[in-house]
Design a protein around this ligand. Sequence first.
Ligand code: ADP
Ligand code: MG
Length: 344
Amino acid sequence: MASDTPDIRLTGLTKVYGDVVAVADIDLEVERGEFFTMLGPSGSGKTTTLRMIAGFEDPTSGSIELAGADVGRTPPYDRAVNTVFQDYALFPHMSVGENVAYGMRVARVGKRERARRRDEALKMVRLAEYGDRKPAELSGGQRQRVALARAIVNQPEVLLLDEPLGALDLKLREQMQVELKAIQRDVGITFVYVTHDQDEALTMSDRIAVFNQGRIEQVSTPVELYERPATAFVAGFVGVSNLLERDGRRFTIRPEKVRRLEPGAPPGDLLTESGTVSDIAYAGMVTRYRVELERGGHLQMVTQNVEGAPGDPESERGEEVLVGWRPEHAVAVSGKKLTEEESE
Ligand code: ADP
Ligand code: MG
C-alpha cells in the first residue's frame, strides 16, 4: 500500500434520520498517524460521523475507505478500528489487567501473547503498576487510561474517541489532554478525536475539522484555524468572534491582537479606531475589555496583567479609548452573520 493513501477517506458522506440531516455530504481525508479532531457544537454531526466510520451506523449515501479499501459492506468487528467511549464501560468485577486482556481472551489470543500485549498496553498508558487493582480503586483519569489500554491492545489502525474526557473535571481533563497526546505519539495509531471543547482541540490535534449543522466549515492545523478562520462561524466557535463589518467587508480580530493606545499616540502601522469601554472583567492572568466602537460594532480586547492587577476596573468603565491592530491581523471571513448570542 502506498504511504500516501489516507488512513480514512470519506466521500460525499451523508446520514439522514427522518427529516434531520445529521451529516450532510462531507468529504474528509485523515492521514496515517495523525491526531485528527472533529470539533463542533452539540448536534453538529460528529458522533454520527464517527459511528459511520466504526460501522455502527450505515451511511444514507457516500463512501468510507479505510487504508484505501471501501468498507461499505464490512461489519464493525472486521474494520481495523476501535472506539473509546466517554463512559469507559469497564467490568467492575475484573482487575485492570483482566479488563485490558478481555478482548484478546474472547479472540482466543494465546496466554503468553495476551500477557505480553496486556503489559505493554498498561505500560503505554502509564499504569504498569496497576494491573491487579479493581476499576473502583482508580481515579477517573486512570479509568479513562484503562479504557484506552483496552483499545490499544487490539492494535487497531485507527482509534475513534468520542468525547473521552467529557466526564472529568477541568484540571484532570487538561492533564489527560497532554497525556493522551503523548500516548498517541508513542503508539503511532491514527486518532480521530471528537470534542466540543475548542481548547482541547487546539491543544491536542495535528489537524481539526470544524463541524456545523452536519457540514464541515474548515479543516486545518490548530494555528491556521485560530489565526486564519475561514468563516464567521469558525471565528466565533474557536475563540472569541470579534466580528466587524467595515466598507462592506466582514472580518475578525482576535482579542489579544487588539491593543490599547494612548490617546493621540502615533498609530505607526496599526489600524486604529476609537471607542468606549463598556465592560471590564479581571480574570487573574488577563483582563478582558469590551469596547464599543464609534464606527459601530464592538471588540473584545484582552491584556496580560504583566504589572499585576489593573487599578480599580470599575473606574475604567465608560472611558474613551483608542484601540489598534496590525492590518494582517484583521482576517476576512465568509459565511452568515452570527446571531447576537453566538457573537458574545
Ligand atoms: P454531535 O455528536 O455533534 O453532538 P450527533 O451526530 O449526535 O451530533 O447528532 C447530529 C444530529 O442527528 C442531531 O440533530 C441529532 O439529534 C440527530 N441524531 C443523531 N442520532 C440520531 C438517531 N439515532 N435518530 C434520530 N436523530 C439522530
Ligand atoms: Mg456527540
